[in-house]
Design a protein around this ligand. Structure first.
Ligand code: ADP
Length: 444
């Protein structure tokens, strides 16, 4: 097992990794930018090192500084969290070259799955269903047009190197295609340094359902069931739950087995997620995230498996102590992402938190790095807390989430708590009628 892990991240996920390390008896090193000196991850780690100024590219994305921090602190592994360098093949490779274990998949797997067009091709070859569309990137607007005619409009152009909901463009008619192709290509180039686009059928009202995967370095790959993440705004998830209210037991088993087949085909040996779109009873592979996800707690709640610990143990070469048949879903779980933002306009609302009173009681978990007096920096994402509840049924979760949201007091900044409360009262939400278009009704 590792002696000391450096956490190349900040905020709630850095703290989440610290909790896991403490329970495993592993020492921790926090890294922080100038403005994060008062963060809780800095306070609760055994050691801390400043890795640069506030802008992410100078600190949390600065590979040289991170590796130097790992070397001076003698850390034997790095946990990248999510976001930042968690899906950087280069970072994984540099860790490897420096004899520091990267807690995640190999650089090669990250690169393969990070190229969404290649990932789709790989999964298709493993027998995972994909949406009709181009087999890899489309070279020209004419080629895209031909492909669009074949699959039928509407189609979506997606950046091969895209992520975080960026680099996608829906095209409804052939007249729009040429301009959309040029613009999406230029956008992809400026955002990701790679202008490659691929094209696929666009589904009007799909559900986003993803499968949690866990592997080890002994060839075992299992799934920990699915999460429903259809409540999104601008392709950013807001509410996640497990299990999905849409699936029958047979579909659940099939989806899980399909995801395991896909992950096993690339020799996956850590935690990861395979995302699918679900429409009219069918699943289509969308992408694979080769890291821990924001929404991992809902899976932890229904399986009783600590995913971050499992990830660390797998990286250390330990064999999984459970098999697929040992896993059962216990109850239901739901997560609301509490963001520092205007609840109506959805614009960021950074600033100093003056009151921060988190809910508790049975079945409530709050993952956060915030506290009264904490300053929400405009330099980073706006997530201030993850409010996670568990219950026997989805109905229990709804009522529990409502009472938890009502007693979550955050002052000094604006949050989206009022919006979450509205969703908990929405008739479609209550009935489990969800789709990625759900949030459109709440937009002004
Ligand atoms: P990212 O890597 O940026 O998260 P994804 O490929 O995971 O991008 O897609 C993010 C979201 O975009 C999905 O959850 C879904 O809402 C929407 N989306 C992506 N592809 C399609 C499609 N073919 N049809 C309809 N919606 C899509």
């Amino acid at each position: 097992m590792f002696r000391k892990i450096l956490i190349a991240n900040r905020g709630e996920i850095a703290l989440r990794v610290i909790w896991a390390c403490k329970e495993l008896g592993i020492k921790t090193v926090a890294v922080h930018s100038d403005v994060d000196i008062d963060s809780l991850h800095v306070r609760f780690a055994d050691e801390n090192i400043c890795i640069g100024p506030a802008p992410s590219r100078d600190s949390y994305l600065n590979i040289t500084n991170l590796i130097a921090a790992a070397e001076v602190s003698n850390a034997d592994a790095i946990h990248p969290g999510y976001g930042f360098l968690s899906e950087s093949a280069e970072f994984a490779q540099v860790c490897d070259a420096c004899n520091i274990t990267f807690i995640g998949p190999s650089a090669q797997t990250i690169a393969l799955m990070g190229n969404k067009a290649e990932a789709k091709r790989t999964m298709k070859a493993a027998g995972v269903p994909v949406l009709p569309g181009s087999d890899g990137p489309v070279a020209t607007a004419d080629e895209a047009k031909e492909m669009a005619e074949e699959v039928g409009y509407p189609v979506i152009l997606k950046a091969s190197a895209g992520g975080g909901g960026k680099g996608m463009r829906v095209v409804r008619t052939k007249e729009e295609l040429e301009t959309a192709f040029q613009m999406a290509g230029a956008e992809a180039n400026s955002s990701f340094g790679n202008g490659d686009l691929y094209l696929e059928k666009y589904l009007e009202e799909p559900r986003h359902i993803e499968v949690q995967i866990l592997g080890d370095k002994h060839g075992n790959v299992i799934h920990l069931f699915e999460r429903e993440c259809s409540i999104q705004r601008r392709h950013q998830k807001l509410i996640e739950e497990a299990p999905s209210p849409a699936l029958s037991e047979i579909q659940r088993r099939e989806l899980g087995e399909t995801a395991v087949r896909g992950a096993a085909s690339v020799g996956y040996y850590t935690a990861g997620t395979i995302e699918f779109l679900y429409d009219k009873g069918k699943f289509y592979f969308m992408e694979m995230n080769t890291r821990i996800q924001v929404e991992h707690p809902v899976t932890e709640n229904i399986t009783n498996i600590d995913l971050v610990k499992a990830q660390i143990m797998a990286a250390a070469g330990e064999k999984m102590t459970y098999k697929q048949k040992d896993l059962k879903i216990a109850g239901h779980s739901m997560e609301c992402r509490i963001n520092a933002e205007d609840p109506i306009r959805f614009t960021p609302s950074p600033g100093k938190i003056t009151t921060f009173c988190t809910p508790g009681g049975p079945g409530v978990r709050v993952d956060t790095a915030a506290y009264a007096g904490y300053f929400v920096s405009p330099h980073y994402d706006s997530l201030v807390a993850k409010l996670v509840v568990r219950g026997h049924t989805r109905g229990d979760c709804l009522m529990r989430m409502k009472r938890a949201l009502e007693s979550f007091v955050v002052e000094g900044i604006k949050t989206n708590i009022p919006m979450h409360l509205k969703i908990m009262d929405d008739e479609d939400f209550k009935a489990g009628k969800l789709s990625t278009k759900f949030m459109e009704r709440y937009l002004v």
